[in-house]
Design a protein around this ligand. Sequence first.
Ligand SMILES: [Zn+2]
Length: 197
Amino acid sequence: MAADDIPNEALPAHSVAEAYLYLQFASCGKCGKSPLQADGQLTRGKQFFELPARCKSCRDATMLVFDIQPEPSRQSAQSKVINATSEPSQLIDVHGWLAMFQQIISASGREQDAVASRELVEEAAACLDEALKFYRDDSEIPSPDAFFTDAGRASFRKSPERYTRATWMRRRLQLPVDPPALPMAATSDKRWWQFWR
Ligand SMILES: [Zn+2]
């Protein structure tokens, strides 16, 4: 695909993992529904990274274009680390991260295999850590710009109490997973976001 054909501006992502997770929240340009699913591999284009995707509902094909910073290496592209910075995501809002946390933690409870279950708990914790980045200066509610999707804004208007920081901090402390430190090297070849495909 030539650069001129790219319909949208590049989407800002912190990692390859975050770019793939965004598929859950991206909406179809044709029918407006979410999610999209990957329809090929993420590849480096001239300037940005390109991921062919397809609408799960109407099957319309599109090309998502990501500006991934820091630039992914072969190793970091395999890593589970979603965002090694303290900046909140610009792709998935606080509502999206909390929804993913709840889905994955439920899946971990249903998983029979102990190792797989533990991996899901770690993935859920990573989503919750991303959500917590939206609480600036330990504020009890997320900053207003933490809700940048229609679904997020609607959810906050309906149940603002759902977004109390103390609730999610408590939940985070219950998880048997250390808080994030420095970026980790990939520990396996499994790309955990494939869970979502
Ligand atoms: Zn569609």
